[in-house]
Design a protein around this ligand. Structure first.
Ligand SMILES: Cc1cc2nc3c(=O)[nH]c(=O)nc-3n(C[C@H](O)[C@H](O)[C@H](O)COP(=O)(O)O)c2cc1C
Length: 448
């Protein structure tokens, strides 16, 4: 079934495998995509995926995930993105732009800035974001954010993309509002489930108006928040404790999905967990060494970041590894069973995300009606030709992705690529692989 076509609205996918969002430092300092962005995306398209979902492209001019991530907060970003999209589409590969806003989960910035603290409510979160304390957005800031999404959506269509995805997952701003363990507001954007949903509702309405009814629109939604994973301190504690400990469960997220269908959303992209990275969204191991590198790289930004780095540095790896790995498992097709519930109970096309690599598991997921499409990130970074291998009947690549989770942490500071040394004969070979990702003799993208 992997090689059967599938259609969402007017969008035809030649097979069922989509490259999931992979963000990295592939933009100029101002957020304009570079040739590295284009060449990186093009490699997946050349090797047979039917569609690509972009990295989370920021709708906010101030906040990006880490530095040099792409932005769509101004019209000047449209033309260079359009060039990258065109390069991908030449390979009969659909390009969906994902837009988002990291809010209080902004990982790093040039200098500490208040904008990076903005969230639904004032919460201390040890693991995600660098600001010591999140700051509750004012109503005007919420309204501005809704407008930012709509404006960015218009730019996505102008750039010639095939579709648009809004991320309401990854622990970014929308999920910060949806999540009852994080959102402690008492105004119209907090409290009841409908109030917590309101920001997403207004974003979807604004975005739909900006892109028109005929343009495919999807939402990346977490099936369940699992607030307690990874082991984290989110303070102050919130009552009822189940909200603090679990966040939204699948019941609440199915409720959101039903409302999204009513608002005219065309597909759901289902993953799991709260925060990037988290053990349900990126099943595998916790990358202790990489996390130390990352925390050390941003410890100058806030008191929290300084103490967090000090805490991690003070625990030797042999002790930290088992503690930090609590809850982290390599679970194949981690969200597939949840995706099935969304597909059956909501009746929209569903993309399942996380932990796919073996051909038979993908086949089984599709055949059992758990999902219509499967999205993959890390296994395609490890074996860019995986779809071609599947076509030749390969069950699992000879040198598979180990789900070590070094790559999603490295992405904040280093070029994109596979960082698992066990997969390479030497460090030189690993470095050559990393450098190859953005290589091309094509015309360069400029930010002028
Ligand atoms: C290097 C890297 C960068 C990522 N960047 C993004 C991103 O910008 N936005 C997003 O929604 N997900 C991002 N993800 C998450 C992936 O899209 C995917 O959901 C996750 O890796 C689980 O899928 P997998 O098991 O196929 O890797 C990233 C993952 C990796 C490995």
């Amino acid at each position: 079934m992997i090689f059967e076509p599938f259609q969402i609205k007017n969008l035809q996918f030649k097979n069922r495998i989509i490259r999931s969002s992979i963000g990295g430092r592939t933009s100029f300092y101002d957020g304009t995509v570079t040739s590295a962005f284009k060449n990186f995306e093009k490699r997946f398209a050349q090797h047979g995926v039917s569609g690509i979902i972009s990295a989370t492209i920021s709708v906010n001019d101030k906040r990006t995930s880490p530095l040099e991530y792409p932005k769509l907060s101004d019209d000047r970003f449209i033309k260079p993105l359009a060039a990258a999209i065109k390069a991908v589409q030449k390979f009969d590969c659909r390009y969906i732009v994902q837009i988002g806003d990291t809010g209080g989960h902004t990982h790093t910035s040039l200098f500490p800035q208040q904008e990076d603290a903005q969230s639904a409510s004032s919460v201390f979160d040890l693991f995600y974001g660098y600001r010591t304390l999140h700051k509750a957005m004012t109503i005007e800031e919420v309204e501005q954010t809704i407008e930012n999404f709509a404006e960015a959506a218009r730019r996505v269509r102008q750039a010639g993309a095939d579709g648009l995805e809004i991320t309401a997952s990854k622990g970014y701003i929308i999920q910060q509002f949806l999540n009852p363990g994080v959102n402690r507001r008492a105004d119209r954007y907090g409290g009841s489930i409908d109030n917590r949903f309101r920001i997403l509702e207004e974003i979807v309405v604004g975005v739909r108006k900006a892109i028109g009814d005929d343009f495919p629109l999807g939402i990346r939604l977490s099936a369940a928040d699992h607030n307690y994973l990874p082991m984290n301190i989110r303070l102050p504690i919130r009552f009822p404790l189940k909200h603090w400990y679990f966040g939204n469960t699948i019941t609440q997220n199915l409720y959101f999905a039903k409302k999204l269908k009513g608002l005219g959303v065309d597909y759901l992209h289902i993953d799991k967990g709260y925060g990037f990275i988290n053990p349900k969204g990126n099943p595998g191991s916790f990358p202790v060494e990489e996390m130390k590198m990352f925390y050390n790289s941003n410890r100058h930004l806030s008191r929290k970041a300084w103490w967090r780095a000090a805490l991690f540095n003070s625990i030797p790896n042999f002790l930290l590894r088992p503690i930090a790995n609590i809850g982290w498992h390599d679970t194949p097709a981690v969200s597939a069973d949840d995706a099935k519930r969304f597909r059956e109970e909501i009746g929209l096309p569903v993309i399942a995300n996380g932990g796919f690599q073996a051909r038979s598991i993908i086949e089984e997921t599709l055949l059992a009606g758990k999902a219509d499409l499967v999205a993959m990130a890390r296994p395609l970074l490890a074996n860019v030709d995986l779809v071609e291998q599947f076509r030749r009947g390969v069950e699992c690549p000879e040198n598979p992705c180990t789900h070590c989770n070094r790559c999603p942490i490295r992405t904040a500071n280093s070029p994109l690529g596979c960082y698992d040394p066990t997969r390479f004969a030497s460090v030189d070979e690993m470095e050559a692989q990393i450098m190859q990702w953005s290589a091309s003799s094509d015309e360069q993208i400029s930010n002028e």
